[in-house]
Each structure stands twice: as structure tokens, then as C-alpha cells.
Design a binder for this molecule. Structure first.
Ligand code: ZN
Length: 315
């Protein structure tokens, strides 16, 4: 599970930062990619990566501002040319379906693969299967803007096959029973309890990706104990008045949210083009005084989100 930042700028494309888009790479988990927002020229950014558009299974849109959606029609169209035949689901605020279908219709774009739309309002579970659950909450921005909490199911512990063999359990159907935590009786009458031979389960990961917002409790709730929180930081804290008047957050506000939510890592994105490299370094440093595990993202930066290793909880 990795997060690949395709665009980390706010508002308009800049040379060093394209507008918003993030790919959650779930290649090992489900051989697919989930995309979050799709600003203009996201497909150009993809050309600099190994991402395969045909592997995009779901696209989640945080809100309808142009810098988050203007890349969508082009990407959908190219996906068809690049061998994309599998269905795609687009989750977004009310209006996303009409926006996409109108863009495709007026440009006479015919897409062969099916697109399903899920328009949400607030506080809903918008997707759940045995592996993942995605919930959405409304944030606070000039127009309806949302945040997503992606929760992975826990990973079951693995069966310790070597220990079982050493205990005299013959390889075969008994292994299956023991894996389910059941007890089996060997020919010599020995009782073997599966629970003693299954390693500890590993907690599933939680990734929270927020759309544009000012500070709000919904962000904290979405990011509770998250492994990673992706938060906008359009402004630095000396420009807090600007941030508030444009319905955006500062680095410090994002760091306070991460701290209150007890998140493990904070990744800042949606950075205003007014800040150059030294400003960005200061922006990160200032946020780290509140939440040390804060990192400002750059375009094409990839962050892996590992499973918590056994024993980590002892630290
Ligand atoms: Zn916005």
C-alpha cells in the first residue's frame, strides 16, 4: 500500500506543482489503484510514473472545484485507449455524474468500459468489501467538500506450520481446522489447540484523505488513530487570515488536527504556489513543532504505508 502524489499544488498548475491528485496504490492488496481527485493534467503526471490507468478501479472526488476535477474527462478518455476495459466507479459529491457525462457527451467521447457513479452527501459508508471500508464526512469549505477514511480489515495471523509439524500434526485437513482456531485430536490422543499455533493478527491500516477545508471536528474524527493523514496546507500560519478567508487551512492547523486525532503521520499537500522551496521547508518545520511526523509532499513523491510489524505495539 503506497500513496503516490501526482499533484500537490493548489488552485492553478505551477511548474513545480501540478494541481491535486493522489493515487493510493493497492497493487499487492487488490492489483488496483484508487485515485483521489483528478486535477487538470493528472494524466500527464501519470506519464512520469509506472501507473497503469487501466488499473484505476475507483476515483474519489473530494469536491467540485476545478483544480480537483478538470483532469477527469481526459483521463477517462485515455484510459479507454490504454486498454482499460474493466468497470470504474466514481464517487463524488452531487453533480459529479452530470459533470462527467456532459463532458463526455459534448466532446463526443465514447467510452467502452462501464462507469458507475456514487454520489454521496454526508457521514456515509460509501464502499465496503471484505478488505476495505470507505466512509465519507463533510468538511468545511466554500462548497461541499469531503474527507475519506479508508480502513483496511485486520490481517489474520498465519499458521505456524513448522511448529505444527514438530508437534506431530500430519500435513492435511487438520491444518485447515487449526487455522480456524479449532482443536484437533491426534491419533495418540494429544489435543492440539489451533489458537496456540496461529500467529498474532495484524491490524489493518487506516488512511485518511481530506479535501479542502478549514479546521473542523469532522477532520479529527476521520483521522482518528490513522496511520496516515493527508491534509491540505494551502497557507503557512503567518497567512492564517488569508487561509480562513479562502476556506483553507494552514500548516499549523493541519498539525493540530493530526495531533488531536492521534494520527501517526501527517502528509501536507495542496500547497500554494506563492511558497518557494525555502518557504516550504519552513512550512514543514513549523508544523513539526506541533506534530513531529509531518512531511510536505512534492509531485511524484511516493510514501509507503507498511503493516505494523509484530511486536511494534511493545515499543
Ligand atoms: Zn477547493
Amino acid at each position: 500500500m503506497d500513496l503516490l502524489f501526482l499533484g500537490t499544488g493548489s488552485g492553478v498548475p505551477a511548474k513545480h506543482r501540478n494541481v491535486s491528485s493522489i493515487a493510493l496504490k493497492l497493487l499487492e492488496e487488490r492489483n488496483s489503484i484508487w485515485m483521489f481527485d483528478c486535477g487538470e493534467a493528472t494524466q500527464h503526471q501519470i506519464l512520469h510514473t509506472t501507473l497503469k490507468p487501466r488499473k484505476i478501479e475507483k476515483i474519489f472526488i473530494t469536491h467540485m472545484h476545478g483544480d480537483h476535477i478538470f483532469g477527469l474527462p481526459g483521463l477517462l478518455s485515455s484510459r479507454a485507449f490504454q486498454g482499460g476495459e474493466t468497470p470504474l466507479t466514481i464517487y463524488g459529491p452531487v453533480g459529479i455524474k452530470q459533470y462527467v457525462l456532459s463532458s463526455l457527451r459534448f466532446s463526443a467521447t465514447h467510452i467502452k468500459y462501464p462507469i458507475k457513479f456514487v454520489e454521496f452527501s454526508d457521514n456515509e459508508c460509501i464502499f465496503q468489501d471484505t478488505q476495505f471500508k470507505v466512509t465519507v464526512r463533510k468538511l468545511k469549505h466554500g462548497i461541499p467538500s469531503y474527507g475519506f477514511r479508508i480502513e483496511e480489515s485486520d490481517h489474520e495471523g498465519t499458521l505456524q506450520a513448522d511448529a505444527l509439524k514438530a508437534a506431530g500434526v500430519p500435513f492435511g485437513p487438520m491444518f485447515g481446522k487449526l487455522k480456524n482456531g479449532e482443536k484437533v485430536i491426534l491419533e495418540d490422543g494429544t489435543v492440539i489447540d489451533g489458537k496456540d499455533f496461529v500467529g498474532p493478527s495484524q491490524k489493518g491500516r487506516v488512511v485518511t484523505i481530506l479535501g479542502d477545508t478549514v479546521r473542523t471536528n469532522a477532520s479529527i474524527e476521520l483521522a482518528e488513530n490513522a496511520d496516515v493523514l493527508v491534509h491540505e496546507s494551502t497557507f503557512t500560519h503567518k497567512d492564517v487570515k488569508l487561509a480562513t478567508s479562502y476556506n483553507h487551512s494552514t500548516n499549523v492547523q493541519a498539525a493540530e488536527t493530526a495531533k488531536q486525532a492521534n494520527a501517526k503521520k501527517l502528509l501536507l499537500t495542496h500547497i500554494s504556489a506563492r511558497y518557494l522551496s525555502n518557504d516550504v521547508y519552513e512550512l514543514q518545520k513549523e508544523a513539526q513543532t506541533i506534530f513531529p511526523e509531518t512531511y510536505v509532499m512534492q509531485d511524484l513523491k511516493e510514501i509507503s504505508i507498511p503493516l505494523e510489524r509484530k511486536g511494534d505495539e511493545l515499543k
